[in-house]
Design a protein around this ligand. Structure first.
Ligand SMILES: Nc1ncnc2c1ncn2[C@@H]1O[C@H](COP(=O)(O)OP(=O)(O)OP(=O)(O)O)[C@@H](O)[C@H]1O
Ligand code: SF4
Ligand SMILES: [Mg+2]
Length: 330
């Protein structure tokens, strides 16, 4: 396998009453080794469910109804969707790790930082001594720029600030040298200065540990600062995908153009000059034809009737819009 992760034709559904509702449609993604890949889109477009599907974390009644997620593990190629709970636990942490938007999703309020770091370590390294675990934990805390790491190790989560908790979560996510890090809005809860600092830190760690990162965000500014490739999600589909420089230079899809206008600047004052009119339709209640048609200023009759296919606007640059190709989704 050439890539680290290959998602093919991924479809996710849920149940509403007795009917099946589609939440994600035919998503294809390839993540290269040592690459930082961004997934961007507004709330409800399917970013988190895609990440959760990779690690088998979809909550019932959500499920993968079709597709494959192949991963090139240290032990060889595997189909993540076919792993049982025990096998998935082994993959989590050491191969693939996740940082959640809310630190308290993965930190337990009743245990000290030390206990939580040791637990993450001992699961994959049962023979590590306590002294070795302490040394490794302190080293990770230093790497994520935690001041007074000894004192922090002995602290409970409520004794620490939001920025510190976020760094600790990153430290725990990276403690077993994962090869893929899924970062789901890792900085949205933080103020802009700490945001920029944490994003820099993740980039440093990526360079040092050769980790690939999937960065999930609603802000193209975060993508510009951290990623090489990007996929734009809208209403459970990919609508544009390209190299980041190309995407910013030759933005092809009207939705991405709207997101670009709404970018909040990083490392400076937050500014929100523009929001795309209208809202993302709820899962499954999508417009017939192009799913963005209700909100698009370039919409024509054809857009309302037929769904555009995801095609190449230029080599390696995919776009799903009739302004770029007449091709209709089969
Ligand atoms: N547990 C759930 N039960 C039912 N529907 C869900 C559940 N989780 C997500 N969904 C639906 O799946 C769709 C995609 O949700 P998802 O959480 O992936 O969005 P997102 O792009 O991550 O948004 P956000 O930026 O708000 O995190 C939405 O329509 C959402 O309502
Ligand atoms: S297909 Fe039509 S409605 Fe959809 S984004 Fe393109 S121009 Fe807008
Ligand atoms: Mg989400």
């Amino acid at each position: 396998m050439q890539n680290l992760l290959e998602i093919n034709n991924l479809k996710i559904t849920t149940l509403r009453g007795k009917s099946t509702v589609r939440l994600l449609d035919k998503v294809d993604l390839s993540i290269r080794k040592k690459c930082s890949f961004g997934i961007v889109g507004e709330s409800g477009c399917g970013k988190s469910i895609t990440a959760n599907a990779i690690l088998g974390l979809l909550p019932y009644p959500l499920r993968v109804s079709e597709g494959s997620i192949r991963y090139d593990s240290k032990a060889g190629e595997m189909e993540l969707l076919k792993l049982d709970r025990k096998q998935l636990r082994e993959v989590r942490g050491q191969e693939i790790s996740m940082i959640f938007q809310e630190p308290m999703t993965s930190l337990d309020p009743i245990f000290t930082v030390e206990m939580q770091m040791y637990e993450a370590l001992s699961f994959h390294h049962p023979h590590m001594t306590k002294a070795e675990m302490r040394e490794k934990s302190l080293d990770m805390l230093r790497q994520v720029n935690i001041p007074r790491p000894e004192q922090t190790l002995a602290s409970y989560p409520h004794q620490l600030s939001g920025g510190q908790l976020q760094r600790i979560m990153i430290a725990i996510a990276l403690i077993n040298d994962p090869r893929l890090l899924l970062a789901d809005e890792p900085t949205t809860a933080l103020d802009v200065t700490i945001q920029a600092q944490i994003l820099r830190l993740m980039n440093d760690l990526k360079e040092r540990n050769d980790t690939s990162i999937i960065m999930i965000t609603h802000d193209l500014g975060v993508i510009a600062e951290t990623c090489e490739e990007v996929a734009v999600f809208y209403a459970g589909q990919i609508v544009e995908q390209a190299n980041v420089v190309e995407l910013f230079k030759q933005t092809a899809h009207p939705y991405t153009q709207g997101l670009l206008q709404a970018v909040t600047s990083l490392g400076g004052e937050s500014r929100k000059l523009y929001t795309i009119p209208g809202i993302v339709p709820p899962g499954g209640q999508w417009a017939q034809g192009c799913r963005f048609s209700d909100r698009c200023s370039r919409c024509t009759e054809k857009c309302r009737q037929a769904m555009p296919a995801l095609t190449e606007a230029s080599p390696g640059h995919l776009c799903r819009c009739f302004l770029h190709s007449e091709e209709v989704e089969a």
